[in-house]
Design a protein around this ligand. Sequence first.
Ligand SMILES: [Zn+2]
Length: 231
Amino acid sequence: MKLNCPHCSWTIPAENINIQTAIAKCGSCSAVFGFADKAPGAVPFGSKRAVEMPKGYSVDHVGTGLEITRRWRSWKYLALLGFCIFWDGFLVVWYFIAFTKGGPLVMKLFPILHVAAGVALTYTAIAGLLNRTRITVNTAEVGIKHFPLPWLGNRLVMRQEIDQLFCEEKIRHGKNGVHYSYNLSAVLRDGKRLKLVSGLDTPEKALFLEQQIEGYLGIADRPVAGEMRPV
Ligand SMILES: [Zn+2]
């Protein structure tokens, strides 16, 4: 089976194609896309063309449009919270000793960066357990809002500015191995790319959003002009 990236036309090698899930990724522009519609024979019997709704997602048709809500909650945030209790607890004990036993100034200043890290990680853990992302789609605009705890990345994009949506794989090499995450991004009319939702942990979660939003707005998944490269 020969498959080309719908975004940059790169020919996808076999090892980047997952026949079971009908998901492929482009090694050239790191786009991730479903191809069940292009090769129906490749998809196992009984599986649907559309990506199934991932756990923690809900889709509502409200008066003004489509509303997709994604709950952030996952085990990794619970693990992070456990780590924060340990980390913050250590700092509390440290400062308790520093201030009650009259520790030297260096004892009070030394852990300042540890305190900053503790605050940031604890905030991330609590946001991860409480927060949701709501994507509102209507004929005028697409909005992304994270709540109830404030978080970077709220957006409001005019519908007419959006040319295409696509999913991207991000690879991070860390100490504990390779970490993959997935983004839903938009290609705008002027050719610029805008990240809409980031940090999704499976390609299905990003593809589901792409399918729902494109379906609602009537955007056909097609190669993006201007992004085309000679094969
Ligand atoms: Zn590509």
